[in-house]
Structure formats: C-alpha cells, structure tokens
Write a protein that binds this ligand. Structure first.
Ligand SMILES: *Cc1c(COP(=O)(O)O)cnc(C)c1O
Length: 361
C-alpha cells in the first residue's frame, strides 16, 4: 500500500533524548523552554522578524484575524483547505470568494478589486502548495483600499520570494506544522508578523489574555503548544536538509517520468523555488484524472484531490458561488504520493500505471 503521505518520523532515540529533560523539569506545556527554544531556532531558520509557536495552523489563522480586530468581509480563495474559510467565519467575518489564476492556482489579483465593497476589511490569501501568491499586486491593492493582508502559508514552510521569507509579506502570515506538512511538530502552527507591537498582542492572546497571574490585557484563547510537540519540532528541523533533498529527488523523478502525461504542473512564482510540499498535477480532462485515480487505487496507491470540491460549493455555512476557474481546476487536479520514505521504484510504478491508463483510454 502506498498512502498519499506519511509523517516524517525521526530516529526514536533523538526524540527520547528530550524526554529526560521534560521529566526533570516537570514543565510540560505553557511556553516551556523547548517551545521557546523552538521559536528562536525556527525564526533563525526562516529569517523572519517575529514569530510565535502556537497550537496549530487553524488557531494561528483565527488569532491573526481576531488580533487584527477584523469586522466585515474578507476576500479569500475557495481553492484551499477548509480552515482558510472556516477561520474567517469563526472570527465573525464574512468570506467573499474571488476566483484563482489558472496557472499559479493562487487567488487572481486582477479579480480582487471587483469584489471590494465598503464592508471589505481584509484579504486572506493562500500560498497554494507553497507557491507564493502575487504578493506585490495584493499589497498594492490592500494599500489602495486600506485593507489588512493575511497569508495562509500552511504549505509554505521555508519558501523564499525575492530573496526573503515569504512570511515577511502581508500584515501577518501563518504556517502549519501538522504531521502531514513538510516540516512538522505533530501538531503545531506559527504566526509571523513584522510588527513587534502586534506580536505582543498575539502573545497575550495565545495565553487567555493573561498579563500576570491576576490580570488580563486582552481577549484571549488557549493557543499554547506543549513541550512534547516542541521536542518533535526541535528534532525534525535538524533533518530538514535530508527531507528537502528526498522530496526534490522524488518530485524531479515524477517530472521526468510523466513528461508524456496529458497533465501539467502549476506555474511556480518566477522569483521563488519549490519547497516540494506537494506534487499536484492538473490533467487535461477530468475523466483521465478519475481513471488514473481509480486505477492507482485498485493497485493500493492513494492519491488526493487537493483541493476538491471548491470551498464555494461545499460548505454548509456558505452560499454557493460560481467560480469558473476554481471549479474547473479543482475538478481536474490530483496530488500524487510524496513523502520521504517513498522509493524511486514506487515513483516509477506510480508513473507507469498512470501512463498505462492514458495509453488505454
Ligand atoms: C493544513 C492547513 C491548515 C490548517 O493547519 P492545521 O495545523 O492543520 O490546523 C490551514 N490552511 C491550509 C491551506 C492547510 O493546508
């Protein structure tokens, strides 16, 4: 059986090494030393100015929106994971879907202005598969209309654009460190901002708004993470070079093997490099994609239709909105298995099976 993904599992003894200290200190959560250390190490790795380690990427999104005190309409994409939209609703705002660009699969900046009303307060865009949005165009629109910008960078760990971290763009960015992501701490999330005052506010929010044992400074939530999660993050970050190398090797091999397949890869931002978080393919027609998916499944190989269906047509708390490009792309896109333990033989097998489907149809 070949799953779509498998979490990276470091050598067990490297994780166990941290457990001794946790038992000695008996400090197991609430911004302990491992969590604080992880924040410093990730900050250094990503070269971002300010960063908080939180419970998960979804809480990070919700804290970002509550922290910015958003009210009204938030322009966003329907070609993303459900948390992008649900967190807007959870924060008491109304998502307004804008269609995506057919090449990058990110929100289409040329279609944003038509959706701006006097209720619009922010743009929440996703760097889909880690591929940077057109951050300059989005920034310009936001400045012109006095909107906040939030980036869902759940897929974008380690991605740079114009020689700096993608997380330096916008008012606030988040990342997910969930087990299925490129770099993980089992569960976990990051919030990043260039504004030190805003970071202080978020830090208070992360801990119920406590400003001392008997004092509160703000409305808060429980956005803390544990020492056990931080330990996994500390171990895994030392393995990132090998994680990246293996993912690139697999991705390059798919590229070579699948040159004859009637499908194309999303166009990556010209000033940025792939972080190999996913291997998406946009097929020329939906039937070929479905046939490939089915034939792989018969052979116990599991793929995922990331992202299908469109969030503008599937959420019980959202009205249906027709988005031509989003619906079209989401009906034809498929992500192939991509994880560190995937062997070249398995990549070749997956590729061969898909080409066989195409040749027989
Ligand atoms: C995974 C993901 C999230 C949520 O992150 P969690 O850490 O699982 O809460 C949000 N947005 C996108 C695009 C994601 O893929």
């Amino acid at each position: 059986m070949i799953p779509i993904t498998k979490p990276f599992m470091p050598p067990q003894e490297e994780y166990a090494h941290y457990l001794k200290g946790i038992w000695q200190r008996q400090w197991i959560t609430n911004m302990g030393p491992l969590s604080s250390n992880l924040e410093l190490i990730i900050k250094d790795y990503l070269k971002v100015n300010h960063l908080l380690y939180v419970t998960n990427g979804t809480v990070a999104l919700e804290m970002a929106m509550k922290g910015l005190e958003l009210q009204g309409e938030v322009i966003t994409t329907a070609f993303s994971f459900v948390a992008t939209t649900s967190s807007i609703v959870w924060a008491g705002c109304q998502p307004v879907f804008v269609d995506i660009d057919a090449e990058s699969l990110n929100i289409d900046p040329t279609k944003i202005e038509a959706s701006i009303t006097d209720k619009t307060c922010a743009i929440l865009a996703t760097h889909v598969y880690g591929n940077p949005c057109d951050v300059e165009a989005i920034d310009a629109i936001a400045k012109k209309h006095n909107l906040k910008v939030i980036y869902d960078g759940a897929h974008a760990f380690g991605v740079q654009v114009n020689g700096q971290s993608i997380f330096n763009y916008g008012d606030v960015s988040i990342c997910s460190l969930h087990a299925t992501k490129l770099y993980h701490s089992i569960e976990g999330g990051l919030i990043m901002t260039n504004d030190p005052e805003f970071l202080k506010k978020l830090a208070l929010m992360r801990n119920f708004g406590f400003n001392g044992p008997e004092a509160f400074a703000a409305l808060g939530i429980n956005g803390k993470n544990s020492e056990f999660h931080a330990a996994m993050g500390l171990v895994n970050i030392t393995h990132l070079p090998e994680i990246m190398e293996k993912r690139q090797t697999i991705s390059d091999r798919y590229d070579r093997n699948l040159q004859g397949l009637r499908a194309k890869r999303p166009t990556w931002h010209a000033q940025s490099a792939n972080n190999y978080a996913y291997y998406p393919l946009v097929f020329e027609d939906m039937q070929l994609m479905l046939n490939c998916m089915e034939y792989l499944k018969v052979n116990e190989i599991f793929t995922r239709r990331y992202f299908y269906p469109s969030l503008a047509s599937s959420l019980p708390y959202m009205e249906y909105k027709k988005l031509e490009v989003t619906e079209d792309i989401s009906s034809r896109v498929l992500c192939l298995p991509l994880y560190c333990d995937l062997t070249t033989e398995e990549v070749d097998l997956i590729s061969r099976l898909m080409l066989r489907v195409q040749n027989n149809s």
